[in-house]
Ligand binder design. Sequence first.
Ligand SMILES: [Zn+2]
Length: 69
Amino acid sequence: MSNLSKTAFLAEKVIDPVCGRRVIDGSEADHQVAHKGNIYHFCEPGCKKAFADNPEKYIRLLRFASHEW
Ligand SMILES: [Zn+2]
């Protein structure tokens, strides 16, 4: 059940971990990557590819950026 609420939260507003842009799940953010049980959303294929090449780097950046939002 906790997974459902987490998914709903992520669907509302997510941050592209590569470029830091906010993206909305289901509209412009059709580019997704599943990594270690989490779904990450990207604004464009280039960001998705960059994340796939080095996911740990961008996950660290995302955690830092989350404090700003
Ligand atoms: Zn992006």
